[in-house]
Design a protein around this ligand. Sequence first.
Ligand code: ATP
Length: 260
Amino acid sequence: MNTGQDQYILKVEGLAVSYGSFEAVKDVSFNVLQGEIFGLLGPNGAGKTSTLSSIEGLVKFKSGSIKLNDYDVQQQPLQAKASMGVQLQSTSFQAELNVAQILQLYSGIYGVPMDADQIKTTLREIGLDEAGKKKYSQLSGGQQQRLSLIIATIHNPKLVLLDEPTTGLDPQSRRQLWERIEAIKARGHAVLLTTHSMEEAEAVCDRIAIVDHGCVIAIDTPQALVDKHRDDPEVIAVSRRGKVTLEDVFIGLTGKAVRA
Ligand SMILES: Nc1ncnc2c1ncn2[C@@H]1O[C@H](COP(=O)(O)OP(=O)(O)OP(=O)(O)O)[C@@H](O)[C@H]1O
């Protein structure tokens, strides 16, 4: 851990990712501080998942540097991976195992084995005690999200990476997931999430970065971004009913065109 004034957990500098000759990420830099929930927002294809995948070690990036808990993700991948918990856009688990067995398996893999009582307690905490004998594929979307989030955080990681964690959830499940994300922050850990929901960004993120065409075009708190851009002509032009929202700022900065 660095000991500077700003205790960052994650430092991404000048990240560039290419797939063949296509530059998906051109210049992405941001820091995530200890105890912070940081959101990556951007239109479809902006480069959010590619950025997350680079941090997770799933994509080899072309240039730039990523340090997680002071470990360089390319030079010290094992230490970096041990410091993070990952929930992918579509996490799936072993089809033949039931929920309790999945929890047992992953707690063992992460080096924090749980006995039967601990598994029961954990499943009760996430409202899956009745579903312990079900297969993952038999769970509802909200139940799947709750299980994959608990597994992503089972080893108490410094940084939790969530790729569109609440997509497809009903309002109740979404609120519950926000509370779980805030509980991770309350333990002093950091969360980096991607989202298309401005409501989510305003509700849970301390700071956000807006990414477009592979570059970061704005970073700040949601409120500061609204305050800073409320008089921009492009923002006023897309605002509705005389009120400037974060979505107006987002569209004002990234344009109205629908991305391919
Ligand atoms: N494995 C790949 N091979 C080739 N191109 C890819 C690959 N993965 C992503 N891309 C392209 O890179 C660009 C960025 O994709 P990425 O998934 O990072 O964007 P995103 O911001 O997460 O988008 P979304 O909001 O739609 O999930 C897109 O144009 C996408 O088609």
